[in-house]
Each structure stands twice: as structure tokens, then as C-alpha cells.
Design a protein around this ligand. Sequence first.
Ligand SMILES: C[S@@+](CC[C@H](N)C(=O)[O-])C[C@H]1O[C@@H](n2cnc3c(N)ncnc32)[C@H](O)[C@@H]1O
Length: 239
Amino acid sequence: MTDLEYLEKNVDKKNLKKAKRKLEKGIPVQYIIGNVDFYGYKINVNKNVLIPRFETEELVENTLKYINKYFKGNIEVLDIGTGSGCISIALKKQNEKINITATDISKKALKVAKHNSKRNNVNINFIHTNLYDGINNKFDCIISNPPYISYDEKIMDIVYNNEPHIALFADNKGLYYYEEILRNINKIINDKYLICFEIGMNQAKDIISIINKYLKNPTIEVKKDLQQRDRMIFIHNFE
Ligand SMILES: C[S@@+](CC[C@H](N)C(=O)[O-])C[C@H]1O[C@@H](n2cnc3c(N)ncnc32)[C@H](O)[C@@H]1O
């Protein structure tokens, strides 16, 4: 379906003319409509949050497989850089034994995430902080889709011109946040842990080096998305 067809399907007749003008101006259709379907759940989006991507649904799907296989009872999960709250909401909806804490540095993003958790009827502990500063409890699972685009990478105009740059770009060839998250990870993970990252398609090798700097003998599994690109890394110590 084209964006125009999608717009026509989702916007009522009286607002369609205005909506079409926005589309012509290069506004993403998801921001015009105001919501997306993520893992079967309605997630509101506006210019303050990244539009959830299909690859992130794959991150959620794989994370749930690990959690359901290796953890029994309640599971404490930390979602770093929650944005619209899509990952947290999908995880909680799929497994009620998961307790979620979710952080973001953007207050405006957290407002959207809180709204989304209410509309989906899930309870999430949202915290406004830099990564996990000030969080002293421990988690079984850390999940993050951090900003990972290098500042010199050429990205599509529609993304560059509309989505929040704080959600997209990172220093050090896009690796900055992986290192910042992993640097003190031992302080916030339980003895048995699972760490799940979405990654850029050419970053796996560099991220594996960072992981080995901060964790002792981890098992590292790189997973491909449906287009056969390396897009997720799972790190754990149970096998
Ligand atoms: C790539 S977006 C991911 C959003 C959402 N989790 C998703 O998968 O669609 C990265 C998110 O990290 C947040 N972020 C950027 N720097 C951060 C920091 N230092 N601490 C916490 N969150 C941060 C951004 O505001 C943004 O919401």
C-alpha cells in the first residue's frame, strides 16, 4: 500500500485534504495519522518520538523467545531509550510476568510513552534520566534500541527532516550509546542476565569488541532481520 492509500484509509474525509498537503510537504504518514501498529498494539506517535520500525518488532519477538525459555517467575526488565514506549508495551502485553522500568532523556518522548502505556492498559515505571543514571536496582534483562546512526551517514530526507535527531544519531561511528550502556552494566544486571540490543547493520563486529571489554565470558548471539542483515545482538550468560 502506498503512503497515499494508507492515508486515505486512515483519515476521515473532512481532514483528508489537509492530511494530503502534509504528505506532499514530506511529513511521514505515521505522524500525520498520529499512530502506528506495533506488534499488534496501537502506539501514538508525534514528532517527539521515533516512528517504531519493523526491525524493532523483531527485537521484541526474539527477546520474548529468550525470556520465555530461560526465565521463570517474575522478570525485571529495563528498557533504555523507550521513545514511544513501543518495546516496553509490547513486552508487557505479551508476558504479564515482566515488570518494566523504562527510561528516556527526552521528557517529551516520555509524555508520549506514558500516554501509550495508559491507552494500552499496562503499568510501566517510567524514569526521566540519562541512560540509567540514578537507577540502583538490578535487572534480569536490559533491552535497548539506542540512537546508532553515525553523524556522517547519509539517511533519507524524510527521516532526517522529521524524526528527532536525539533518537537517531550517536558519536563514535554510531557506537557511543552501546559503550555508555555497557560501561557500568555490571552494576545493574543480576547474576543471570540477558541484554538485547537493536544495532545498525554494519556494527556487529565493533559492538562485540565493546561487549568483551565490559563483560566476562558472555555468550553473544547476533541475529539477522528478515532481510538477512545483522540487526540484533543478544548477550547472556546462561548456556
Ligand atoms: C532509536 S530511539 C528508540 C525509541 C524506541 N525504543 C523504539 O525502539 O522505537 C532512541 C531513544 O533513546 C532516547 N535517548 C537518546 N539519548 C538518550 C540518553 N542519553 N538516555 C536515555 N535515552 C536517550 C531518545 O530520546 C529516543 O527516544
